[in-house]
Write a protein that binds this ligand. Structure first.
Ligand code: ADP
Ligand code: MG
Length: 628
């Protein structure tokens, strides 16, 4: 609730709407206690007094009735009718929608066709017909306005309910033996209430207008009772000669409807979980770049070189330093392993290279990334787009999110090829088939026409890998590409990558948790912790003689086949939150070898023995060997 109010308050216009609406409602509530003239007492000798006259602040109407008094009483009535109509329409509509959506099938059909019939009538005609049948009067107008709005709520809520009724938690509730009524009340309703509130807040304005409309036509409130619509209606004849009689209720209607709509929009934005992250805009096509430092002369080793790369997430006042000065490079035909716990910044590092981190909130705040000497950070979008997927391609971590659910996998592969190369459809299809074969998809001729949901997770991951290979890239950045694969397929994929590396000089950045894969595939390895590289060297150096206590502990967590019984260690504690990094070494709190000097100043990546580690008190190599 606090969060909701804070979000609402961030939206200036909604706040304005809230304040104005609050004042209007307050006025309407205290009207009976205000020192007003009676609203319905006529006094024809004082008719059409202009505003600011003695004893009549807003003037009087054609029967000499005090306009201020009528306005406040009228507002009170209009608000009450509008809100009551909205509440009735929302309750009945939601009930219909929930029942239709939850039970589905025949119930849904019968109920919703009835609703459709109501919807088939023009809106205001239907309201007029209802009032004509029931007879004029404010209460009947209320019923008419509520009735014509029920279909809107029913349709909306039914749609949401259908989505929820098939969710796993509803199945679970059903399996645990709850009755339908219990499930609707305790599982479904809480999930649709925000939608009901949103629909209400955006429609109350209409309903007030509709009630006013009916009253204007003489079908709502009956004389002498005032509501905003009937005041307008009565002022019609003196519209030109005595404009204040129509301006007074007109302005009030304008104020109320504007305020409600502004507030309603704000409520909708604050309640909608997709908008809740604060990002109302869609992500930019490339990560925002705001570099405060650019390395003077970036090293130009390898095909892909990152120098001091810094990527942050700016969320509200907090800054998450997800990547905090990462330097690494890969040469043609080389494979670099990037290792680290979950959350250490591996994926963000990988995505930053081609500007794929979502902005907002992502910002690249420093450093450089070069492909064959061309700067990628801050490059034109056209340039990035040309390189993405063609020269530098990705295998993403989540195979489900990579593929479009509505297109066949073959078409997606073909598109990936044809976006970059002018080949015919048939040739592209042949190539796609070859790729599927390369990644060991069984029976590719029929699988090429499958949709992503018809494949297993492992197959989808293989399709993702095929897509990355589609254009014979120079660099592949693979983000935990084999997590969903069983060991045999994993071994096959690794051998495909190995072959490409040898034959075509493919450079690979391979992100993984798996030291076995690193040992098998990688020439060099870098270990990441809290957005930084803490150790870097050849695979042999890292795996056999880790110098950073973190690397050493990380390897103790991995069981080894054939190594006999050994205690499996877990690293105590958790990685630090990247928006509040401690001074000194980020690993200090979890490190068994921590010394007081670890907690101060900047600790640089320095040469320790034969490779680099970011540690003041590295693991001794001699002792390691003696222990073995
Ligand atoms: P991993 O090493 O597991 O791939 P990531 O690179 O995905 O880790 O994440 C690195 C850090 O960035 C994590 O601490 C994560 O919480 C943070 N992070 C990622 N995306 C966002 C975001 N949109 N807003 C704030 N922090 C984020
Ligand atoms: Mg990741």
């Amino acid at each position: 609730m606090r969060r909701f109010l804070a979000l609402l308050a961030r939206n200036r216009l909604a706040l304005l709407g809230l304040v104005v609406m609050g004042l209007v409602v307050l006025l309407a509530l205290v009207t009976p206690w205000l020192p007003l003239k009676p609203p319905n007492v006529t006094n024809t000798s004082d008719k059409f007094l202009p505003p600011f006259s003695e004893g009549a602040l807003l003037g009087t109407d054609h029967l000499g009735r005090d306009l201020l008094s009528r306005l406040l009483w009228g507002t009170r009535l209009s608000l009450a009718v509008g809100f009551a109509a909205a509440a009735i329409a929302a309750t009945l509509g939601a009930a219909i929608g929930v029942v239709a959506g939850y039970y589905g099938g025949r119930v849904d059909n019968v109920v919703m066709r009835g609703v459709d019939m109501l919807m088939a009538f023009p809106y205001i005609l239907l309201a007029l017909a209802i009032v004509a049948a029931l007879g004029p009067g404010l209460f009947n107008a209320l019923i008419a306005v509520a009735a014509v709005n029920i279909p809107f709520f029913a349709r909306n809520i039914r749609g949401v309910t259908v989505g929820i009724a098939h969710k796993e938690f509803v199945d679970a509730a059903r399996l645990s033996g709850l009755s339908d009524a219990r499930i609707i009340v305790s599982e479904v309703l809480p999930n649709v209430v925000p939608v009901i509130v949103i629909a209400m807040s955006t429609t109350v304005g209409w309903m007030i207008l509709e009630t006013a409309g009916l009253s204007f036509l003489g079908l709502g409130s009956q004389p002498p009772q005032a509501d905003l619509g009937s005041m307008l209606g009565e002022a019609r004849s003196a519209h030109i000669t005595q404009p204040h009689t129509s301006v007074v209720p007109g302005v009030m209607i304008l104020i109320i409807v504007m305020a409600i709509n502004l507030l309603g929009d704000g409520v909708r934005d604050a309640l909608d979980p997709r908008l809740r992250s604060g990002a109302l805009s869609r992500p930019m096509a490339a990560t925002q770049v705001a570099r405060d430092h650019v390395p003077p002369e970036p090293r130009a080793e390898g095909v892909l070189t990152l120098t001091d790369l810094e990527t942050q997430f700016h969320v509200g006042k907090r800054t998450f330093r997800a990547v905090n000065g990462v330097s690494l490079h890969v040469a043609p035909g080389e494979c670099l392993g990037l290792i680290g716990e979950s959350g250490s910044g591996k994926s963000v590092t990988a995505l930053s290279v081609m500007g794929l981190v979502a902005s907002p909130p992502g910002v690249i705040t420093g450093g450089s990334a070069q492909y064959k000497g061309q700067e990628l950070i801050g490059a034109r979008y056209g340039k990035l787009r040309q390189l993405r997927g063609d020269r530098v391609s990705y295998i993403f971590q989540d195979p489900l999110a990579t593929l479009h659910p509505l297109y066949k996998v073959g078409d997606q592969l073909i598109e990936a090829i044809r976006v970059h190369h002018p080949v015919g459809r048939r040739a592209a299809r042949e190539r796609a088939l070859g790729l599927l074969r390369d990644v060991r998809i069984p029976n590719p001729e029929s699988r090429i026409d499958a949709y992503p949901h018809e494949m297993s997770g492992g197959m989808r991951q293989r399709v993702g890998i095929a897509m990355a290979l589609a254009n014979d890239p120079d660099v592949i950045i693979a983000d935990e590409p084999t997590t969903a694969l069983d060991v045999t397929v994993q071994a096959q994929i690794l051998s495909v990558l190995s072959d490409l590396r040898r034959e075509r000089g493919l450079a690979i950045v391979f992100i993984t948790h798996d030291f076995g894969v690193v040992a098998q595939l990688c020439d060099r390895a870098a270990v990441m912790y809290a957005g930084r590289i803490v150790e870097q060297g050849t695979t042999e150096q890292i795996l056999n003689h880790p110098r950073h206590p973190y690397t050493a502990l990380l390897m103790k967590c991995v069981p080894e086949l054939g190594a006999g019984r050994r205690r499996l260690e877990a690293i105590p504690g958790l990685p630090p939150a990247v928006d509040r990094l401690p001074e000194g070494c980020a690993f200090a709190d979890r490190c068994p070898k921590v010394q007081p000097d670890c907690r101060a100043g900047e600790i640089v990546l320095r040469q320790v023995g034969d490779h680099a580690a970011r540690c003041l008190h590295p693991v001794e190599r001699a002792r390691e060997e003696a222990a073995q």
